[in-house]
Write a protein that binds this ligand. Structure first.
Ligand code: AMP
Ligand code: MG
Length: 418
């Protein structure tokens, strides 16, 4: 089955508010095997709103809208849809009483404007809203199903689960969408795509999307079928092909992030980690500690931005910095070894680089980052030149450091396959 989403609200057409409800709704509808083929964002305008619903009715059997069910003049969804379908609005006493009771529970009287929220188009079912005043509405019109839901996500989301889902499921077929997400790091988007294309091109029933974000590439596989076993088998075949094409660059097969993968590797190996960061300013520590339970593996770290602090906090010899420069392989190594020794952790990470936009030279351009990982078996160092602005360089540097830790466990430890 196909569906469209209509997000109603003039605020959604400004830079201040983003339509997030349609993302939630799309994910939920997909789980039911319903494909969202179009999304419309429309302001609080009677004519445009009418047109949006009219056009959607000409295309798909299911329409889910959000917003415009409030008590004020600019909330037009209820009236507009009733009018479009030629249904009269009737006052519903039960809803009116519930709204009044809700106001009373806050010690207030219901303002007259809220009476509008108790109006129900003929033949429509009100959808219970325990978290707000406006009930949603469910309308079946011939072959069409229309769900009108309130705008606030905290009201819309439970209402969808409790009221809309059972009604849609009743009418949906057995076809579902199966989804698999793989994440890759250390290779650019086009390189990933060119390597895996020969694999995924052979599967006409699978929709493959390659998405880039800083420091990683996500590969999404989507398949619409009734047959769960077929989807599983197909994804396994494709993954096997991807693995040959991308080797150890795939770090996640279940949507988990690189910090999450590294965290579970550290935990499984009973290992601890510490970091001495210069150009990333603590970003690596931040990303490692944003995961619940990080105290089991993350011992601490320093942001040693100045040369003096590299010496004072991570024991980088002053003469080494003078001889090689703060951004050098030698200093990255000294940072990693120094912090590991100081903290007494299993692993020590050192990061030094030029995040830009200033500070670059011909020899050491903006984006150049030296990374090192110290362990009992010695120290590994790598240099990288990251594209993009300051924020991008810093994020990619933290990502590359995490990937060095991942590679360490992949080849020297009990490793979790991504
Ligand atoms: P409404 O039901 O139109 O009165 O919407 C009430 C509030 O819900 C708005 O002020 C927004 O904060 C929020 N809202 C409305 N539509 C959306 C949407 N599509 N995504 C996220 N929030 C929304
Ligand atoms: Mg609104």
């Amino acid at each position: 089955m196909k569906a469209e989403i209509i997000a109603v609200g003039s605020e959604l057409l400004t830079p201040d508010r983003m339509d997030t409800n349609s993302l939630f709704l799309t994910e939920e509808l997909n789980k039911l095997g319903i494909e969202v083929v179009r999304k419309t964002i429309v302001g609080d305008d009677r004519d445009l709103l009418r047109e949006a619903f009219r056009d959607a009715l000409n295309r798909v059997p299911l329409i889910v809208s959000s917003g415009g069910l409030g008590p004020t003049e600019d909330d037009l969804t209820r009236e507009t849809v009733a009018d479009l379908l030629g249904r009269k609005l009737k006052p519903n006493d039960a809803i009116l009483d519930a709204i009044k009771a809700r106001f009373r529970s806050f010690g207030r009287e219901m303002p007259d404007t809220n009476v509008r929220q108790s109006m129900v188009p003929e033949g429509a079912e009100p959808l219970n809203n325990p978290r707000g005043t406006a009930p949603g509405l469910w309308i079946e019109n011939g072959e069409h199903m229309i769900a009108l839901l309130p705008g606030p996500p905290r009201e819309l989301e439970p209402m969808f689960h409790e009221e809309v889902l059972p009604r849609v499921a009743r009418r949906a077929t057995g076809v579902r969408m199966f989804h698999r997400e793989l994440r890759v790091t250390g290779l650019g988007e086009s390189l990933v795509d060119s390597r895996i294309q020969p694999v995924y091109k052979r599967y006409k029933d699978v929709n493959t999307t390659v998405l880039a974000s800083p420091g990683e590439v996500q590969v999404h596989l989507r398949m619409w079928t009734e047959d769960a076993a077929l989807a599983k088998k197909t994804f396994a075949e494709i993954e096997q092909g991807f693995e040959i094409a991308l080797t150890d660059r795939i770090f996640s097969r279940d949507g988990s992030t690189l910090p999450e993968v590294v965290a579970s590797m550290l935990t499984m190996n009973n290992a601890t980690i510490a970091a001495a960061e210069s150009c990333t300013g603590g970003l690596l520590a931040e990303r490692l500690t944003s995961i619940a339970g990080s105290s089991t593996y993350f011992l601490g770290g320093v942001v040693c931005y100045s040369n003096e602090m590299k010496t004072a906090w991570a024991d980088v010899p002053k003469e080494l910095i003078e001889a090689k420069g703060a951004v050098s392989a030698e200093v990255a190594i000294a940072l990693a070894e120094g912090i590991r020794r100081r903290v007494g952790s299993t692993l020590g990470v050192g990061i030094t680089g030029i995040a830009g936009p200033g500070g670059g030279s011909e020899e050491k351009p903006v984006g150049l980052v030296h990374l090192a990982l110290a362990s009992a078996s010695g120290v590994k160092e790598r240099a990288a030149r990251f594209p993009g602005d300051r924020e991008m360089v810093r994020l990619q540097a933290s990502q590359a450091a995490l990937d060095m830790v991942r590679m360490h466990f992949l080849y020297n430890g009990v490793a979790k396959r991504g």
